[in-house]
Ligand binder design. Structure first.
Ligand SMILES: [Zn+2]
Length: 89
């Protein structure tokens, strides 16, 4: 359960992208990295999607996320979901 708490915390309002350090306002969309689960901006997400191992990493990440959080895929409040659907704080 510790892991879940950590993840939930990360969904709270980050003020900057953890990758490029671009400032993010309350109205800016953000998303979680499938690589390190950090909050990143949409530009960094686009770059991540270009990585050659993105698909494989994504597949592994989904499986592990659902196990760790015991959440159902597609839960709009779900941590796993926010790796693919942007959210605002
Ligand atoms: Zn960024």
């Amino acid at each position: 359960m510790e892991m879940v708490d950590e993840w939930t915390e990360q969904l709270t309002c980050a003020t900057q992208c953890t990758r490029c350090e671009k400032k993010m306002g309350a109205d800016d969309q953000r998303i979680l990295s499938v690589y390190d689960h950090q909050t990143i901006c949409m530009d960094c997400k686009s770059e991540e999607e270009q990585r050659p191992d993105y698909e494989e990493v994504t597949k592994n990440m989904i499986g592990q996320c659902l196990i760790d959080t015991e959440m159902k895929w597609g839960d709009p409040q779900g941590y796993c979901y926010h790796h693919f659907y942007p959210y605002k704080c």
